[in-house]
Design a protein around this ligand. Structure first.
Ligand SMILES: N[C@@H](CCC(=O)N[C@@H](CS)C(=O)NCC(=O)O)C(=O)O
Length: 206
């Protein structure tokens, strides 16, 4: 296994925000693998300025910079980290199991729908007024129900579980949805107590 950042001049940089649930997937994985990274807080993700996003054309966090290599998208960043530093893939980041990949898609969809609602409200839109936002709300609710019915996917300490904790604690933080999903809650409780998960929680002072 390659030693993290040995012989490298610069540590990797992760452009993120402390509350970003997408970037937290990468932070939990990095902490689980004891890999150092320089965290760069981009500030307000609603801003329309590629410079603050390390020139990510999508103007979203996270973006990883490793020397000359730039990587966009949280799951691609996790794949990059594991391919470089954890070829055994102990947290199953590279899993090709279809149920797990579907769960990843559903979690990303729920997280994206929640972000749309949060950023719409942050930029002055009354989300109750437009039917488009009803669909985002329904996406979160249907997605959570699907995940509750597939909660057995989160029984082990794997990347899928880290992803779930990121999704869940962000929903707790923003309080837009009631969270009556006992199976998911049980999985989150088991994982959120691990030190490498706890340190990036948006629910505790960091
Ligand atoms: N698919 C992207 C989603 C990233 C994302 O939506 N990040 C949010 C913050 S948690 C963001 O930067 N949003 C800015 C925007 O949508 O304008 C990923 O997995 O990295």
């Amino acid at each position: 296994m390659q030693q993290a950042n040995l012989n490298e001049k610069e540590p990797m940089k992760l452009h993120y925000t402390p509350k970003s649930h997408f970037a937290r997937k990468n932070r939990i994985l990095l902490d689980a693998l004891s890999i150092g990274v320089e965290l760069i807080d981009v500030g307000n993700v609603a801003d329309n300025n590629p410079e603050i996003f390390a020139h990510n054309p999508l103007m979203k966090v996270p973006t990883l910079i490793d020397g000359e290599q730039v990587v966009y998208e949280s799951d691609l960043i996790s794949q990059y980290i594991v391919k470089k530093y954890d070829p055994q893939d102990r947290y199953e980041v590279l899993s090709q199991d279809w149920e797990s990949l579907n769960a990843q898609a559903v979690m990303n969809g729920v997280m994206t729908a929640e972000v749309e609602l949060i950023l719409a409200q942050r930029t002055g839109i009354d989300t109750q007024k437009y039917v488009r936002f009803d669909k985002f709300e329904a996406t979160v609710l249907r997605g959570l129900q699907w995940l509750e019915e597939h909660a057995s996917l989160f029984e082990n300490h794997t990347y899928a579980g880290f992803h779930l904790v990121c999704l869940w604690e962000h929903l707790v933080l923003y309080q837009m949805f009631a969270l009556n999903y006992p199976q998911l809650q049980r999985s989150v409780e088991q994982l959120s107590d691990l030190n490498f998960v706890k340190t990036s929680s948006p629910l505790t002072d960091q």
